[in-house]
Design a protein around this ligand. Structure first.
Ligand code: MRU
Length: 385
């Protein structure tokens, strides 16, 4: 059964609370923009596409309630201002992933256009928002399946070793059903390789300090019965040097791809790209076009979120075997020396020079003959990929 972490039906939004995964699958309701903001800020939902979708649907849930309670203003401009202000607030939840601000900007333009229509009302502006927000959920799933297909095809054509029938892939962080509306980006590529019988083995990193790899990606790989192995981040170099592991490609997701191809993704991605270059292994970024930000020229213009020191100094999880009564309760354990200073950037920038190709829902972008990515082509009518 496909893992579904975001459930939405006619104004009712629930999300799988990722703070409890992989130990407990608990869905929590999101009833308003404020609930959505907190769920994103507190990492109950995370991953670039997922936070954009939950933000939009959280506001959709709030609008549904206002309509049901007959509390929505009948004035088109007032509803437009209400929606745009809520979108601005939602964007403040996390800074690095562009999908959230991209979605807010697109939804803002849709409600502005609707409010300008003759005979437009508060209801019609809200209806335009609801339609667009609900469409985002379906489009993202569709895009991920295409990313999976194009990525798997590219890897089989470009990274399969002579005489081999299958590829072994390393991935980082979580880019699957839990980080998107479903299927996933980099994990979607692994799913597609697996379903087409080209996947030998998938390796996932633990992804310190937040452990998206060991908590979430490992959970998805086990859920889907994909042959896979977990490693700590510090084992990646040894894995790439291992003949037995025989890694053909590293595939990661992205939180923001700048116009020149520099990519912000989970901390540790840059190190993996350096290792891939040294070992002659393909390094691929899988991301929908909503993650590509042509307004950001290069990686140095991307704001990197810094997160609390406690994520590095502490670990959280249930006690093995349960508590005295056998019941599971979450515990936090300090692992670092008291008083030590901590630096905890959540993302790093991989320079485009280290990236072999960017896999999108409209095809795989390789570097042009001048050695650079020409990403604007994928936003134009018929991309020449
Ligand atoms: O801090 P997170 O867990 O939100 O970071 C997520 C990542 O870096 C993912 O790799 C990225 O968002 C791609 S999700 C398809």
């Amino acid at each position: 059964m496909t893992l579904q972490a975001i459930k939405y039906d006619n104004g009712h939004l629930t999300i799988l609370d990722q703070l409890y995964l992989p130990h407990v699958a608990k869905f929590v309701p999101i009833r308003s923009a404020e609930d959505g903001w907190h769920a994103i800020k507190e990492m109950r939902v995370r991953g670039a596409p997922a936070i954009a979708i939950v933000a939009a649907l959280a506001l959709a849930a709030e609008l549904h309630t206002l309509i049901a309670q007959d509390k929505l203003s009948p004035v088109a401009e007032e509803v437009q201002v209400f929606i745009v202000e809520k979108l601005r607030y939602l964007v403040t939840s996390r800074p690095t992933a562009v999908n959230l601000s991209d979605a807010a900007q697109k939804l803002g333009l849709i409600v502005e256009a609707q409010a300008r229509e003759r005979d437009s009302t508060g209801r019609s502006v809200a209806a335009a928002f609801l339609k667009a927000a609900e469409q985002m959920l379906a489009s993202d799933l569709d895009d991920n399946k295409k990313i999976g297909h194009y990525g798997a095809k590219w890897i089989v054509e470009n990274a399969l070793r002579p005489g081999k029938q299958k590829v072994n892939i390393l991935t980082h962080c979580n880019t699957g059903s839990l980080a998107t509306s479903g299927y996933g980006t980099a994990l979607g590529v692994i799913r597609s390789l697996h379903s087409s019988d080209f996947l030998g083995h998938a390796y996932c990193t633990e992804t310190r300090p937040y452990n998206q790899g060991s908590r979430l990606t490992a959970f998805e790989l086990v859920h889907d019965n994909i042959p896979s192995t977990l490693i700590t981040d510090s084992m990646a170099a040894a894995l790439l040097a291992s003949r037995k592991a025989d890694i053909s490609a590293i595939v990661v997701g992205a939180d923001r791809v700048a116009a020149n191809g520099d990519t912000a993704n989970k901390i540790g991605t840059y190190g993996l790209a350096v290792l891939a270059k040294h070992h002659g292994v393909k390094f691929l970024v899988a991301a929908p076009r909503t993650t590509i930000d042509l307004n950001t020229r290069s990686g140095s213009d991307i704001i990197i979120e810094e997160r609390p020191a406690s994520e590095v100094t502490n670990i959280k999880g249930p006690r093995e075997g349960g508590n005295e009564t056998g019941a599971m309760s979450m515990e936090t354990i300090r692992i670092a020396a008291q008083g030590i200073d901590v630096w905890n950037p959540a993302f790093d920038i991989t320079p485009s020079a280290l990236i072999d190709a960017i896999i999108t829902e409209v095809g795989v972008v390789e570097k042009a003959s001048d050695g650079s990515f020409h990403l604007n082509a994928i936003f134009e009518g018929s991309p020449d990929l």
